[in-house]
Structures are given as structure tokens and as C-alpha cells.
Design a binder for this molecule. Sequence first.
Ligand code: ADP
Ligand code: MG
Length: 246
Amino acid sequence: MLKYENVVKSYGNVRALKGVSLELGPGKVHALLGPNGSGKSTLIKMAVGLVKPDSGKVRVFDIDPAEDPISARRIVGYMPEEPLIYESLTPAEWLSFLGYVHKIPADVLKERLNTLVKVFKMEDQMGKLGGELSLGNKRKLMLISALINDPKVIILDEPFSGLDPEIARVLKEMMKRKAEEGKIIIFSTHILEIAEAVADEMTIMHYGEVVAKGNISELKGKRDLESYFMEVTGLSSELQELLKAL
Ligand code: ADP
Ligand code: MG
């Protein structure tokens, strides 16, 4: 279980999260939606202890990531929005280092990497230097890094940005399968079509608050997701005003 209880976070005078409560369980793919700046990445980073709440509680199973980020990172696979790459290590070197850090037995690591590298079409990239990879390939390396430990909780921050359609397809399938296997799986996006195509449940954030959460088809009812999204975020009336000025 990944649980947030009344979580508050400010950066200086920017109130990024204004008391967010959320509970996410296994078996479903969860989409975290919201306009840019609504607090998605801040919420995600708290699950691995990269951002600490000013007040409120975050728990990954029984772990408090702010207190014990190392234990949290053992069970949470996290893909950051911006790729963090060692420019002077090859993907092969970086991934074997990660295998060592996670204490994955050599034969298990080899098998897992074989599969991941193949499905994400990274075979011909493994010997290049990190700094030489294209942005798309850097993002794929981040994805493989998040999955290498076969984590119970998978959190991907804007995983579809910069992926070509074929790999996006693989990722969608993979997310569904991981949910079926009983993993907790969450991804953020500001692209509604992607959320609708992949996720069962969604949480919509707006200015640091949760404005809707639950099953996607139940929430939107007969409306399309875009209309629903515009309505709950209040963007609908803002947009009407702006369009008038065109
Ligand atoms: P999202 O991922 O939904 O785009 P973020 O969580 O990145 O939203 O940001 C929420 C708000 O907090 C934004 O106003 C953003 O500018 C601000 N913010 C995020 N990270 C920092 C930071 N390290 N320092 C200052 N402000 C930040
Ligand atoms: Mg973000």
C-alpha cells in the first residue's frame, strides 16, 4: 500500500501540496493527472524520500520514506521525470552496478536484463557511453533501472514523454501486466488520452490539491475524459474566458 495522509509541502512561498490524502493499492494501474505545476512530481518524489513533507504522513507499506529512504528504494522502482545518467558509464556498466546495489543474484540479473533490454530495444545501446545516448534512450535506461529490482511498487514520472509509439505500446502492456501480478503501479502524465488508454484509476491534482480520485469510467460517466478534467480543474471556465479574447 502507498499512502499519503494530509501531506503538505511548500518550496519557499510556493505551496506545492496543500494537504493531500491518497491511498493506492495493488492490482490496478493508477494515473496521476494534473496540469503542469499541480504537484505530481512532488508527490511522487515523496514515495522514495527525495522530497520530505513539511507535515503529514507518507507510508510505503510500513516504511516512512522520509526517515528511511534506503528501505523505501528497495521496494519502490522510481523513474524520474528528468533522466539521471552517468555520462561516463555505459548502460551495461550502470545496470550491473545497480544489480550489485540491489544484491540481485548474477543469474537472475542476467535473465531480467536480457528481457528488459530486448523489450525496450536497447541491445545496440548497451556499449555506448551514457552521455552518447539520445534522450529517448536515456529515458528507456531509466525505465529499465526502475524495473531491474522487480519492485513491489512502480512509480513512473511522465514515462511516456519522448518514447516512440512502439516502445510506448510495450510500456502500456507492461504496466497492465505488472498490475495483474499484484504490483502497485502509478504513473504521472498530463496527457489524458494516455491515462484513459492505460489506467483503471486516476487521481487528478490541481494547484497542490486532489480534485478527483477513483475509477476513471465511473468518474467521467458519459462525458469524455477531457470535459471531465476541464470541469473538475475549473479550467473549463478559464478557457472560455481566454477563448473569448482570441
Ligand atoms: P508537476 O509535476 O505536477 O508539474 P511539481 O510537483 O513539479 O508539479 O511542482 C509543483 C509546484 O512546486 C510548482 O509550482 C513548481 O514550480 C514548484 N516546485 C517543484 N519543485 C521545486 C523546487 N525544487 N524548488 C522550488 N519550487 C519547486
Ligand atoms: Mg512533474
